[in-house]
Each structure stands twice: as structure tokens, then as C-alpha cells.
Design a protein around this ligand. Structure first.
Ligand SMILES: Cc1ncc(COP(=O)(O)O)c(C=O)c1O
Length: 383
């Protein structure tokens, strides 16, 4: 009999033997596969000394995997050490010309996006924020009002790290393109748990990293840049791994790669790439569409349970409007996270809410354990 999620993979995550893990929005659980990949990195280093040819080949195979993940080509992918590095490099290269010198960003962005976008003000760029609605969504009407003929880039987040709200990405892209603007999508809280197809979305730039739902570690991220946009973007934030010919070791000019490698900088994060390959391969084996379906069932079960115990969820209830994380209002977020930790339930908190994030390895029993835990500590639930 073939096993289905999560039974088919739970034993690959030793942590699950002694904890209910709902913190994948912060860091994915460690698999035996990723542990083995780190051990392989050490073995290669130990046995071969400095196998840089092998390591650069590993970095290229990471690029190919990111491309496959997003339905992009490898030339459209930069392998970076963080979303911050990816977005800083991208925005350093966008020429805000032709009367377009405004960036529109949603109020659901991660701090790094907000800070990098506002840093562009030093170069004369204007920034306009689109606020959240009381229903914890980004209003398309407000988005449409903000995007105008001066707008060069619209920055949106796929799933908000604070409240789990999922943006209607396709619709924002349609609005932006209608007005002649480009869209930067931060998919960190979605990638791995939500299928992403850059062709289907018709998106211009996508960024994300491996440490959450892609089951890798910190220090590895990607930037997708649509092929036809590459020639017009010339980053000033750069490094030798962005050069058109790394082996030339040239110090007399700046000649970045014609591919998205132009957004890279220094020596690739090799240990994280070993882990990233193992994490991505594991997610391909499990299936991201299958994960999304499984997680959809778990979040529906959780929402029923929250209603049963009278807990207030902050995340939109509509399954089309939330991702794998559901945020629940508390009177004291740190006390709630600590109380649940005592019960061996791992959670995280933001904005006064406890964040409950679900992945391929979570079970219905995990959901029931979390509901029982919240009920046990109901004095910490905000009503
Ligand atoms: C939506 C989102 N964007 C960006 C980041 C951080 O990116 P990095 O640390 O790779 O720059 C996070 C990390 O939690 C995130 O949730």
C-alpha cells in the first residue's frame, strides 16, 4: 500500500518524534536528507581539500533546481545568500527612467523589502505604501489607485509573514502591467508550500529562500528575473561571481554576466547549497502541489478547531486568501509561545499573534494537539 502525506515522509524528520512542529514559517524542520548533505559537504572538504570545481558545479545545479521549481530557465535565476542581497542587487540596477521613479509596495512586506525600497529614496525614488484592509488583505482597489504612469516597480508579498494573508498575485500583476509597471514578488512564505509558475503568473521578478518550506538552511536564496528584462537591468551592487567571465579575474572593467547571474556577488554559500539541493530534492519527491493540498486540509481542520474553542484567528478564513500559516490573536504572544513550548509544541509569534505554520510533515494529530494546547492556555487567547 502506498502511504500518503504525512506518513510517507514523517520518519525523515527526527524532530517530529518528540515535538509538534508548527514553525515552518520561521525554519523548516531538519530532515535526515539535509543532515546527510551537510555531512557530505564536510566529507568532500575533508577528502578533497578545496574541490572548487565540484563546488561551483553544485552551485550551478542549485540554479537549475531553482529554475525547475519556478518553471524558469537557469539563465533567469541568480543564486544568492539572502532575499536582501537579491533585492538590493536588483533595485541597484533598475533605471527609474522615462518619468517612472516611483515604487509601490504593500504594507504586508517583510522589513528587508521596506528598508531596501526606502533606501532607493536616496536616489530620488518616491515610495507609496498600499495599506492593509480591516479584513487583513491588500485591497486591489487601493493597489490600482497607487499604481500610475510614474510607477516603475510594484513590490508585493505572496503570503504575509505576520498574518498569513495571501495576496491575489495574478490580479496585482495584471494591474501593474496595464499601467506599464513591473512586479517584484517576495515568495519566501509561500515557496515550497505553494506551487509557483513564473510563466503562468507572468511575473517579472520573484525572490525567496530555502530555509522555510524548501527545507534547507539559512544563507541561500534566489532571484528570478524574466529573460527579456535582463538587458535593461545593470546592478551597481555586484561582485566577481556576477562577472561575465569569472575566470578572467579582470580588475579593469565592469562587465556583468548577461544572465541573471549578474545579481550575484561573492563566493557562493557552498554548505547551504548542499543543504538546499537536498531540501529541494526532498520537496520535489514529496510534491509541492500535494503539499499545498495536504496543508489546505490541515488549515481547514485547524480553523474548525479554533472556532470550537472560541479562538480569534487574524488570518483571512477564505482558503484562497491564506497560505500555510494561520495567526491566532493572543494577549501575550511570548507567554503563549513559551507555554506551548512546555507542551513540546513549537510555534513562533509576530504582532501579538501566535503563528501556526503547516507543512507536508504535519499530521491531523498535530492539529488536534495544537488546538488542545491553545485551549489549555486559553487565558492567553485574545477574544
Ligand atoms: C517574506 C519574507 N521575506 C524576506 C525574509 C528575509 O529574507 P533574508 O533574510 O533572506 O534577506 C523573510 C524571512 O523571514 C520573509 O519571511
Amino acid at each position: 500500500m502506498t502511504m500518503t502525506l504525512p506518513d510517507s515522509i514523517r520518519d525523515r524528520f527526527p524532530l517530529l518524534e518528540h515535538a509538534v512542529y508548527t514553525s515552518s514559517c520561521s525554519q523548516g524542520a531538519l530532515s535526515v536528507d539535509v543532515r546527510a548533505a551537510y555531512e557530505q559537504y564536510l566529507a568532500d572538504w575533508d577528502e578533497k581539500g578545496a574541490p572548487w570545481e565540484l563546488w561551483v558545479e553544485r552551485a550551478e545545479s542549485m540554479r537549475d533546481r531553482f529554475a525547475r521549481l519556478l518553471n524558469a530557465t537557469s539563465d533567469e535565476i541568480a543564486v544568492t545568500t539572502s532575499v536582501s542581497a537579491a533585492v538590493s542587487s536588483l533595485l541597484s540596477g533598475v533605471r527609474h527612467s522615462g518619468g517612472r521613479n516611483k515604487i509601490v509596495m504593500s504594507d504586508f512586506e517583510f522589513p528587508t523589502i521596506g528598508q531596501i525600497v526606502h533606501a532607493q529614496e536616496l536616489a530620488g525614488v518616491k515610495v507609496e505604501h498600499v495599506p492593509a484592509t480591516p479584513e487583513v488583505t491588500i485591497s486591489l482597489e487601493r493597489m490600482a489607485e497607487a499604481i500610475d504612469e510614474e510607477t516603475s516597480i510594484v513590490a508585493i508579498t505572496h503570503v504575509c509573514f505576520r498574518n498569513g494573508s495571501k495576496t491575489d498575485v495574478k490580479e496585482v500583476i495584471r494591474l501593474a502591467h496595464e499601467a506599464g509597471a513591473l512586479v517584484l514578488l517576495d515568495s519566501f512564505q509561500a515557496v515550497g508550500a505553494v506551487p509557483i509558475d513564473v510563466r503562468d503568473l507572468n511575473v517579472d521578478f520573484v525572490t525567496g529562500g530555502t530555509l522555510k518550506y524548501l527545507l534547507g538552511s539559512a544563507g541561500l536564496a534566489f532571484l528570478y528575473c524574466r529573460a527579456d528584462l535582463l538587458p535593461q537591468i545593470v546592478p551597481t551592487q555586484t561582485g566577481w561571481f556576477a562577472d561575465e567571465d569569472i575566470n578572467k579575474m579582470d580588475i579593469y572593467d565592469y562587465s556583468p554576466s548577461p544572465t541573471a547571474r549578474k545579481f550575484e556577488s561573492g563566493t557562493p554559500p557552498i554548505p547551504n547549497i548542499y543543504a538546499g539541493i537536498a531540501g529541494l530534492d526532498l520537496m520535489h519527491e514529496v510534491g509541492i502541489a500535494e503539499t499545498e493540498e495536504h496543508v489546505g486540509r490541515l488549515t481547514a481542520q485547524l480553523i474548525d478547531g479554533l472556532d470550537r474553542i472560541g479562538a480569534k484567528m487574524v488570518t483571512p478564513r477564505d482558503p484562497a486568501k491564506h497560505g500555510p500559516m494561520i495567526a491566532v490573536a493572543t494577549t501575550d504572544q511570548n507567554a503563549m509561545v513559551a507555554a506551548l513550548a512546555e507542551d513540546r509544541i513549537v510555534t513562533s509569534a509576530r504582532d501579538g499573534n501566535v503563528r501556526l505554520a503547516w507543512h507536508c510533515y504535519n499530521s491531523e494529530e498535530d492539529v488536534e494537539a495544537v488546538i488542545a494546547g491553545l485551549q489549555r492556555h486559553s487565558e492567553l487567547l485574545a477574544r
